[in-house]
Design a protein around this ligand. Sequence first.
Ligand code: MCA
Ligand code: AMP
Length: 505
Amino acid sequence: MNLYSLFQSRFPADGAKVFLQHARGTTSFGEVEEISGRYAAVLKASGVAKGDRVLVQTPKSPEAVLLYLACLRVGAVFVPLNTAYTISEVAYFVADAEPRVIVTAPEAEASFATRFKSQTCEILTLGARGDGSLIARAKEAKSDASVAPCERDDLAAIVYTSGTTGRSKGAMLTHANLASNALVLHEYWAWEPGDVLLHALPIFHVHGLFVALHCALLNGSSVIFHDRFDTAQIIRDLPGASVMMGVPTFYTRLLEEPRFERRTCRNVRLFISGSAPLLPETFAAFEARTGHRILERYGMTEAGMIASNPYRGERVAGSVGFALPGVSVRVVDAQGAERPRGEVGMLEVAGPNVFAGYWRMPEKTAEAFRPDGYLITGDMAVIAEDGRISIVGRAKDLVISGGLNVYPKEVEDCINAIPGVLESAVIGLPHPDYGEAVTAVIVPQHDAPIDATMIQSRLAGKLAKFKQPKKIFFVSELPRNAMGKVQKNVLRKKYADAYARPHNA
Ligand code: MCA
Ligand code: AMP
């Protein structure tokens, strides 16, 4: 059961129908078949066989989508990386995933070749304009029409998520995980024959790559494909779309723009939000401006989509709706005992969507699951009598900034390694644009001449930009509880207004 075969079985009979509509033209479903077959031939010629990893850090482009599909066809394991990662961050993923092929941007080729020369892998390139060695080779290649037969448990992708211990873990997602989730979402969100998706999410994460694109592929739908989120371009193209998916920042940014109005959304039937909490104020302001009630859903890399507000029923602000069909959820106490409905506890999930474990980390995998197979999400939730779920907090020390996850431990480790720093605490604070902003509270060593500019410049080459603190505060000591643990809640309270807009703004 290869996921690509499932998509293929749903492609429109008319191969000329447009799949991707983008700044450089269009890609039809017929071209998806033909070109992904060429990329598959190039990958095979580079020695990629079933089960081999293909690590991809390229700018968003239609070709990058076809490269993903080519990997599925070959039975290779697609390993997408955030384009913001620095080369030192990438080096960890290369060592861990041991890819057969790395695909990077042409401008990064030289540094990748130097850095990864000891690795037994080939480096191909793919640029933002559809340029690069992968494309040049594909032009010469004969399209390989085959699709590798797969078992349910064969891996389709490894998506890295950081951990509270600071080391990233590769979440192994099988063809069956991705297929089951895609089929459920396609049905639950009532995809219709004429639907057009407006796509402005990055394609290195579950949201933009799997949730959004898989629904469109299963529906044989056209996708208006933006290379990044840009408010003006969204307003320009939204009238041609019927579905949009985004992180809450997309919706707050649209609301900032007076030109975004009811008319802009005249053909839209569904706005979906996820990856971070959608504030009830945003939900209400969006409804007041457009008449649309945003449908909020909840998921995580390890389990794809878990819960969603209903398409036809009531969409409630501050709630993520009901467990998706086939997905089981429960709320438990600190000992793992199930809690009654209406009480707060840790949310756990089981179902065909739940991943196969962390790549080459059996202990981490064991820690993530209960003996009966439920995955511990790290999110605190309440399940109401009728099954409606509300996420009320996080037990994991995690900041979600503009839908991107930042694990404080990783940032703290980098800051603590800077000479002159005694210790630090990294927290997320409310931010009008990103939802939460990464913020560092630092204790300098006695009389050390350090300041925010120096800290920022030291972090620049080490951490991706979105992980770097937006503000830094210096203190003489960190608040600790009786056990000596840093009280981050005290810091979050103290600096709660750090990013608040002035009242007259
Ligand atoms: C970019 N920067 C950021 C972020 N993005 N800083 C903090 N948080 C961010 N999210 C950096 C940039 O490098 C830039 O630095 C500076 O901050 C300002 O960038 P800005 O212009 O705001 O960036 P942007 O290009 O407009 O991007 C913001 C964004 C983007 C549109 C919110 O981050 C985005 O598309 N986020 C979506 C992430 C996503 O898909 N998450 C799903 C994960 P400089 O100016 O110095 O260059 S999947 C998931 O969570 C689960 C499974 C789920 O449930 O979906
Ligand atoms: P990731 O590790 O990138 O897959 O992020 C998954 C995490 O994002 C979840 O465990 C939640 O903490 C958070 N998340 C995703 N969707 C929502 C939502 N709708 N409301 C609150 N938190 C969410």
